[in-house]
Design a binder for this molecule. Structure first.
Ligand SMILES: [Zn+2]
Length: 62
């Protein structure tokens, strides 16, 4: 089972896709990516609203 998140789905104009075995790992990678590529701060990615948005957009890889 592979889970997947498209960066575009959380509101960035970006073609990056994060894949992982579980949602917690996706969230970790997405936070990393958002900081590196989208200049988000630690405070922003640690905010519960970021996790909420990310988790809503994670789906099963098809
Ligand atoms: Zn991105």
């Amino acid at each position: 089972m592979t889970r997947e998140l498209h960066c575009r789905d959380v509101g960035f104009d970006c073609d990056a896709v994060v894949t992982a075995e579980d949602d917690d790992e996706i969230l970790r990678q997405a936070a990393d990516h958002a900081k590196k590529v989208h200049a988000m701060t630690d405070e922003e990615v640690d905010d519960p609203s970021f996790a909420t948005v990310v988790r809503e957009q994670i789906h099963e890889k098809v």
